[in-house]
Design a protein around this ligand. Structure first.
Ligand code: RET
Length: 251
């Protein structure tokens, strides 16, 4: 990790603080709203809250690790020698990314065997994607190692995007009218917010930038993507579950 300017240090510090607040508030919102949800959809909403709770915990740890990595005095930022722990993000994603897909699948109320099959294949691909990205991220440099692991991780990523678009489109058409639009939107939010991660990962290769700028792009970029992919996506899941709970046909 390179030394940062005071502004760069602060920007990342505040992004992490925003991450903690957004994830913990989202958790409260979903769980406090559980009484509005029919029993059939409670599991999807409980998992939605678990995802943001796990993320809120990890943002607390990330924030802590960030503070330990630097000393700030009179506006000058120095490295303490304690490494900033990149692994928290990947541990978080390993747990939450498969759960996010399971959320989407559960709220669609498919048949039991289809639910299990889709959860296992998509959840498994998501876990593989994160495991393959990890060695590239922690290697530190913007170099060949980062590029190759990132490229390998793109394979399961593209499989997931493909499955969501082609595989789930059929099930979406059989959904009740009042939630079809919302489920379609949730599918788009997954694809667009998830595409943001590889974009952030590869951006320093495309646009030459110094180490400090690359750190800001990566940390702030992942944080924004996390809030959209977990907290905002969770609100959509909550709304789908809520509408289905209100409708006599699906409750
Ligand atoms: C990596 C490595 C480079 C290639 C790809 C990646 C994809 C990461 C994704 C992460 C999604 C995380 C979510 C988190 C929280 O909700 C690992 C950056 C494709 C898609 C959704």
């Amino acid at each position: 990790m390179e030394a940062l300017s005071f502004g760069q240090y602060q920007l990342i510090y505040n992004a992490f603080s925003f991450g903690i607040a957004a994830m913990l508030a989202a958790t409260l919102f979903y769980w406090l709203g559980l009484s509005q949800i029919a029993p059939k959809y409670k599991l999807a909403v409980i998992i939605t809250g678990l995802v943001t709770f796990i993320a809120g915990y990890h943002y607390l740890r990330i924030f802590d690790s960030w503070e330990s990595a630097f000393t700030v005095m009179d506006g000058s930022v120095e490295l303490t020698g304690v490494a900033f722990n990149q692994a928290y993000r990947y541990v978080d994603w390993l747990l939450t990314v498969p759960l996010l897909l399971v959320e989407l699948i559960l709220v669609m109320s498919l048949t039991k065997s289809e639910t299990v099959r889709k959860s296992v294949t998509l959840g498994g691909a998501a876990a593989l994607m994160i495991l393959l990205g990890y060695p590239g991220e922690v290697s530190g440099g913007i170099d060949g190692t980062r590029f190759i692991w990132g490229a390998l991780s793109m394979i399961p990523f593209l499989y997931i995007v493909y499955s969501l678009f082609v595989g789930l489109s059929e099930s979406i058409n059989s959904q009740p009218g009042e939630v079809r639009g919302l489920i379609n939107l949730a599918r788009w939010v997954v694809v667009l917010s998830w595409s943001f991660y590889p974009l952030v990962y590869f951006l320093p290769f495309v646009i030459p930038m110094d180490g400090g700028t690359a750190t800001v792009v990566i940390e702030v970029g992942y944080t924004i993507a996390d809030v959209v992919a977990k907290a905002f996506f969770g609100v959509l899941i909550f709304m789908i579950a809520f509408r289905k709970s209100q409708s006599p046909a699906t409750a």
